[in-house]
Structure formats: structure tokens, C-alpha cells
Design a protein around this ligand. Structure first.
Ligand code: GLN
Length: 452
């Protein structure tokens, strides 16, 4: 399937056929032999998976969608990859993304854009457009993404797939190349809610190698997805996250989802999160600040690309400057400059400090909302997939796409996007987002299974 369609979709940056087939053959052999070994196989054993190229893998390159890491190989596996291997899931390859996960369309990849399988002239969302497109185009039944401000959920929305951002700390970040460490989470991409629950159960749970990893055992997410029951549950519509600025067809599918939940026995209430209007502005200070610091390690010495200036002297600063000038794309440079500015002496309190205060206000909005509702609901993105190139030269228009997904990262709460049908005006997929309190990821699966 990859050979047949990926020339057009370009979901993959690297395909790992030999190793994936070897793992699949091993699983077949164990199943054929039967007995204890066969009985011990994980439910997902032999089910292939694609991995976003921001997550490090032994035996396959990891580029983060950047020229600065072209050809680089990690000496170790991310914890989530170790867990996939332990479950004997063949790793199909590495998927395309906006460079260092900065973007909402996958057009910022240094290796060219991914195309939306629903309409090849449209974006597959971002930054994890490759993972979402691979699943939407039946190139992979499952994929891994990372979500700092929506990069799993928004691509899920515009490609008609399911994407989950777990509770912050619920899935190990060890081996995910850091973008903004206080916001980043790895999570599942799939075709169904149950598939995401199965994958989440494999990758989730405590990891001593990630200092922000939660100590508590993972809830039974698979059971929640199989139960699918909203009887007596309160579902809160977030007043600030629909209506004006949302495409008509998106609103229509959103309203239909509410009717479905009502018919299934849920009570729909309205909640207000007045500080969400500041989330986007605060995010685009905190995220670049943390990214500018995280990306300082790409210095031309420790990893990947090294460019020597043409003339003398070959000082470390000049090598670093030449390497970063050649290795980073425009969006990454824009954010490094934004971040270093926001963190600089004299501006720190005004920008980074204020943004952190807004973050606390957003957390309080969530607390108040979850006192009134068990789960919150909104459209995942304000519009369906836009055309490739449409917002590429307008960073603010691109950033506005993340308005509904960013609050969850700012507060560390889990979110799930699932397909809500097709928009009337363009026939493209619409995403419905569910949000739950921290550590209550099971609720997302329970409600998601009803809406599917
Ligand atoms: N679109 C957002 C951004 O550009 C989200 C990125 C992400 O979640 N990795 O920052």
C-alpha cells in the first residue's frame, strides 16, 4: 500500500520494509507454533505502526523534518518505541512532520509537504501530518504522533482519523526530540477509538527515564473504549470554542454530535472558559521560549549537520552560525528569535512571565469547567483542511488553526479528536474534540466510543 500511494501522499520519510517484515514473520511463526509463547503475544502483536520522525529509533534515521539532522541515527530507542518492540509491533517507518514539529500543515518539513489523502491539494494538518495521512490513506493501521499544541489532534481532525493527546506525564517523552518540554506529549493516531486505546495502553505508564512521568498506574483504557457509555454523564460545551470563526459545516457536525450524546443519555451543559481567548497568545510565547532553549543543542558539534564557513577564522561561534543558518528552515528560525527575545533580560517578566500567569488562569478555567462537567467538547479545528500554500506565508493565520487544541497542552489535560462526519460545503472531514481532567484519559475513550 505504501508503494502504491505514498508517491502521491508523501506520508513517510523513511520506510523500514525489511525489519517490519521480519518482525511480522516472527509473530506469524510464534502464532503457528501455538502454546505458551503464542498465548503470551500481545493483542497488537504483528500490527504494523508508523512513527512520527520526531521520535528516535535505533536502526532507522530520525530527522525531525529538518536538514540539520539529515542522516542522523539515534544510538537509543525512545521508551515508546521500546514498548512497541516489546509488544512485537512491526515499525513500518518514520513519518513526515513540520520541522521540529513547528506548524499546522506539514508544509514546514524540509523534505516537502505531505498531502491530505482526501484531496491531494490540501494540507493533512500538522505538525504530525505524516502520521495522520499514513493512517487515513490505509498505509498504516496505527501511528504515533506528538502533540505540543495540537499536532496529533488537528491532523486527526482534517484527515478523518482518531488522535489522542494523553495527560501530560501519562506517556514517556524519553526519546521524543523536545520542542517545548512543558507541553509535549506522545500519543496514538488510529482509525478507531478502540485502536487508540489499545495503542495508548502499550505506550503509556510510568517511565523512570522521564522526570515528568506520572507515577500512577495507567487506567484500563481499553475497557473504557469497549464500554462506551455516557448514561448520566455531564458533557460541557465550551462557549468560547465554537460559533463565530468556525466554518458552518464544522458547526453542523458539532451540533449533531451533541444530539448523539443526548440521545445516548448524556446531559449537555454549557461552560465558560473566559481566559481561553489568551491561550493562543500565551502559547506562542511559551512554546518558542522553550524551543529556543531546547534547540540550542543543534550546534554543529554534537548532532548531525556541520557547515564550515568559507573563510577563516573557524571559531566555534562561526561554525555554529553557519550550521544553524544552513540547517534550520524559516519557521524554526522565526521561533528561535521569538523565544530568545521573550526570554531576554528586561523582557522576561513582560513576555514569558505574563504568559506563565495566563497559563495558570487557563488551568483555573479548566478546574471550574470540570466542576460542572465530566468531559468537555468542542470542534477540534475551526475549519476543514485548507489548501496547500494557502497559509504558508501568513504565520498568524497558520497559528490561528490551533485555537481549540492549545488550551489542553497549557493545562496538561488529555484530549481526543475523532471524526464527526464530513462538512456540507466541501465534503471534507470534521474533527470533534473531547477533553477530560488530568489522569482521566479513560473518560475520553468511554465518550469517544459512543460518538464513533
Ligand atoms: N501547530 C502548533 C505549532 O505550530 C502545534 C505544534 C505541535 O503540537 N507540535 O506550534
Amino acid at each position: 500500500r505504501i508503494a502504491a500511494v505514498d508517491g502521491k501522499v508523501h506520508a513517510f520519510l523513511h520506510v523500514n520494509t525489511d525489519e517490519a517484515l521480519a518482525v511480522a514473520a516472527e509473530v506469524d511463526a510464534i502464532r503457528a507454533a501455538g502454546g505458551a509463547a503464542a498465548a503470551e503475544l500481545h493483542e497488537l502483536a504483528g500490527v504494523p505502526i508508523a512513527v512520527k520522525d520526531l521520535i528516535v529509533t535505533v536502526g532507522q534515521p530520525t530527522t525531525a523534518g529538518s536538514k540539520i539532522l539529515e542522516g542522523w541515527h539515534s544510538p537509543y530507542d525512545a521508551t515508546v518505541v521500546e514498548r512497541l518492540r516489546a509488544a512485537k509491533m512491526p515499525i513500518l517507518g518514520k513519518t513526515n512532520l513540520d520541522e521540529f514539529a513547528m506548524g499546522s500543515s506539514t508544509e514546514h518539513s524540509a523534505y516537502g509537504p505531505t498531502h491530505n489523502p482526501w484531496d491531494l491539494d490540501r494540507i493533512p494538518g500538522g505538525s504530525g501530518g505524516g502520521s495522520a495521512a499514513a493512517v487515513a490513506a490505509f498505509e498504516a493501521p496505527l501511528a504515533l504522533g506528538t502533540d505540543t499544541g495540537g499536532s496529533i489532534r488537528q491532523p486527526g481532525a482534517v484527515t478523518g482519523t482518531v488522535g489522542v493527546k494523553p495527560t501530560y506525564g501519562g506517556v514517556s517523552r524519553y526519546g521524543a526530540i523536545a520542542m517545548a518540554s512543558s507541553l509535549d506529549q506522545i500519543g496514538p493516531v488510529s482509525r478507531t477509538v478502540l485502536d487508540s486505546a489499545l495503542l495508548h495502553q502499550v505506550i503509556g505508564g510510568h517511565d523512570p527515564r522521564d522526570s515528568t512521568s506520572l507515577p500512577d498506574p495507567l487506567e484500563d483504557l481499553v475497557a473504557a473504549a469497549r464500554t462506551g457509555n455516557v448514561e448520566g454523564m455531564k458533557i460541557g460545551i465550551i462557549k468560547e470554542l465554537h460559533g463565530e470563526g468556525y466554518q458552518r459545516g464544522v458547526e453542523n457536525r458539532f451540533n449533531e454530535s451533541l444530539e448523539l450524546l443526548k440521545a445516548a443519555g448524556a446531559e449537555i451543559v454549557e461552560v465558560s472558559c473566559p481566559n481561553f481567548k489568551y491561550a493562543l497568545g500565551a502559547y506562542y510565547l511559551i512554546m518558542p521560549s522553550e524551543a529556543s532553549s531546547n534547540l540550542a543543542k543543534f550546534d554543529g558539534v554534537r548532532f548531525g549537520l556541520r557547515v564550515l564557513p568559507k573563510d577563516a577564522p573557524l571559531t566555534i561561534e562561526r561554525v555554529m552560525g553557519a550550521t544553524r543558518a544552513a540547517g534550520f528552515g524559516d519557521e524554526v528560525k522565526r521561533r528561535i528569535i521569538l523565544g530568545t527575545y521573550a526570554l531576554s533580560a528586561g523582557y522576561y517578566d513582560a513576555y514569558y512571565g505574563s504568559a506563565q500567569k495566563v497559563r495558570t488562569l487557563i488551568q483555573r478555567d479548566f478546574e471550574a469547567a470540570f466542576a460542572q462537567a465530566d468531559v468537555l467538547i468542542s470542534p477540534t479545528a475551526p475549519t476543514t483542511a485548507f489548501k496547500l500554500g494557502e497559509k504558508l506565508n501568513d504565520p498568524l493565520a497558520m497559528y490561528l488553526n490551533d485555537v481549540a487544541t492549545i488550551p489542553a497542552n497549557m493545562a496538561g489535560v488529555p484530549g481526543l479528536s475523532l471524526p464527526g462526519g464530513l462538512a456540507d460545503e466541501d465534503g471534507l472531514p470534521v474533527g470533534i474534540q473531547l477533553l477530560a481532567p488530568a489522569r482521566q484519559d479513560a473518560r475520553l475513550y468511554r465518550v469517544g466510543a459512543v460518538l464513533e
